[in-house]
Design a protein around this ligand. Structure first.
Ligand SMILES: [Zn+2]
Length: 75
């Protein structure tokens, strides 16, 4: 997988584009605002699991971003 950093990030949000081996591109976001700090991903895995269980467990894309150290903020 490859990671591309978005050039423009909204305030309090770090945006990463993760390109998977299958050629799909997902948007991973690290959102940090007052009283809120969480990761988000647009892949079906993360979206489905979150809707189903209300869980915020990391998907492989978020894992990848956090593990490679591409993200400056620490979750
Ligand atoms: Zn994902």
């Amino acid at each position: 997988m490859k990671i591309a950093l978005a050039k423009k990030n909204p305030q309090g949000v770090h945006v990463f584009y993760v390109l998977s081996k299958s050629g799909r591109r997902y948007t991973v976001q690290f959102i940090r605002r007052a009283r809120m700090k969480r990761w988000d991903c647009t892949c079906p895995d993360f979206t489905f699991r979150r809707q189903l269980k209300g869980s915020h467990r990391f998907c492989k894309h978020i894992h990848y971003v956090t593990c490679t150290g591409a993200s400056k903020p620490r979750a």
